[in-house]
Design a protein around this ligand. Structure first.
Ligand SMILES: [Zn+2]
Length: 308
């Protein structure tokens, strides 16, 4: 167990990891396959990916549980294994992370729309997030991230579930909750989520919900400089909270051989200073970013930390 994350963030900028889903596919996971099942059936493959991020210099690594709620797992007939798969994911990452890196338990979107827009009942979604959060903590997560959210209603269910699970866990040590929204580029004005939420509104709601770290990740047609714009808006709305940003390696493009992301490690690394200048205290990468992206981010962050 490393030093408390929120304390560490007062002293330096930290580096998270890069894409997981795209790395799983590169390791042979079929499109549409269940990556979370690999935490139990192919843990060595998951560990190899996470070890590469550790070796590239990640301070924080996120569990392989993005689609790990029982609602998402039901698409693969695995709903009843939700607790097992999430706990296994946190345990195996704990081994990879060692004593000096933080294990971040990942809660992704449940994969549908809440009633009345969709068919999912909020109570069922809450229960699914709570089960996932409990299992991630049981496996040793140092923090929880509710990520790639586009609707404030679902974000709220995830954050409340995370906070409840942490309270029940009751170890006495502070386990932070990170809330992260995914935005789309607009023709004019600041980015908004698919559900129309702007960064200022999101950050304001996150603070009301008691979130510890305000974050953005993924998104559509956003580059790392667009993420810096979001971070700056967050900073205005949440000046006293650490901010985290995990941009994609550009938009995915389908080619004959698979899905390609075009933002190179070198191109993205040029934006790391802009993200930090805008107010980010944790920088990582989302879809399409690789251990090589993270290695170059590490060099940038080392320069920034040395200069402060
Ligand atoms: Zn992503």
């Amino acid at each position: 167990m490393p030093e408390p994350l929120l304390e560490a963030l007062k002293t330096r900028v930290l580096l998270c990891d890069g894409g997981m889903g795209t790395q799983l596919q590169a390791a042979g996971l079929e499109v549409g396959g269940c990556g979370e099942l690999w935490n139990v059936e192919h843990p060595e493959r998951v560990k190899v990916i996470q070890s590469r991020y550790a070796d590239a210099g990640s301070d924080l690594i996120i569990t392989n549980t993005f689609c790990g709620s029982r609602i998402s797992l039901a698409n693969h007939g695995l709903a009843e294994r939700a607790a097992e798969l999430n706990e296994a994911a946190a345990r195996l990452l704990r081994e990879v992370a060692g004593p000096d890196r933080w294990v971040i338990g990942d809660i992704g979107p449940f994969g549908g729309l809440l009633a009345p827009m969709g068919e999912a009942e909020p109570e069922a979604v809450s229960e699914a997030f709570l089960e996932q959060a409990r299992a991630l903590l049981a496996g040793g997560a140092d923090a929880l991230i509710v990520e790639t959210q586009t609707a404030l209603e679902e974000l709220e269910l995830g954050v409340r579930a995370a906070r409840q699970a942490i309270e029940e866990h009751g170890t006495g040590k502070k386990i932070p909750v990170i809330a992260s929204m995914a935005y789309d580029k607009m023709k004019s004005g600041p980015p908004r989520t698919m559900m129309g939420v702007d960064p200022r509104t999101a950050a304001t709601r996150m603070l009301e919900l008691g979130v510890d770290i305000v974050a953005c990740n993924c998104g559509t047609h956003l580059d790392i400089f667009d993420h810096a714009e979001i971070v700056a808006i967050y900073r205005g709305a949440a000046p006293d909270h650490p901010i985290m940003a995990q941009p994609n390696a550009g938009a995915p493009e389908r080619t004959g051989t698979g899905i390609v992301y075009h933002e190179t490690p070198e191109a993205m690394a040029k934006g790391v200073a802009a993200l930090v200048d805008a107010g980010a205290r944790i920088v990582g990468g989302c879809c399409g970013t690789t251990p090589e992206h993270i290695r170059l981010f590490r060099a940038e962050i080392d320069k920034i930390n040395a200069a402060r």
